[in-house]
Ligand binder design. Sequence first.
Ligand code: IMP
Length: 196
Amino acid sequence: MNPSPRQLVFASNNLHKLSEIRRMAGDKFRILSLEDIGCHDDIPETADTIEGNSMIKARWVKEKYGYDCFADDTGLIVDALGGAPGVKSARYAGPDCDPEANMALLLRDMQGKADRRARFRTVVTLITGQCAEQFTGEVEGEIATVRDGCSGFGYDPVFIASETGMTFASMDADAKNAISHRGRAIRKLFERLATL
Ligand code: IMP
């Protein structure tokens, strides 16, 4: 008989991210959401780096709720925009974190740009006991000129992954997880957890 899966809190209520990560965890880890632990806080993301915001979210859960946990923070880094939207990716078009408005603004800012290179960068922070560690994942691609596909979330319809030539929103969940920024960072996290 398999031992019961290890339980770990993921400091997010983003159902898309939860679904991606639970898919990768299989039956090895039981991933709890913030909702599952009764946390309805609007965790302030006030750092000016992706690493910093990832750390804030994980520390919040550990310090206020006492759980070993992990958190992620992601930025879309576009070369022709000097690295924007970067750490401000969620609020690129304003404080509402509206993905449609963010994509519309990005497509507008990229109009007429020949250099469309971009990458997603995710930093995952793991806190177990007193110890915090970070794991990074990146994926290279380019910004499409129009939206394509309807899977995934966020900027997926306008991000063409170099490895497949398709937008993330045109790929199925396993294909995205295999090469994505978050997939890469989360695999490192699971490899580390297997050693603890
Ligand atoms: P956060 O890590 O949830 O703060 O994400 C920052 C921004 O990047 C938000 O606008 C998300 O929608 C977007 N984002 C995060 N991960 C992905 C992804 O896998 N695909 C597309 N957009 C993403």
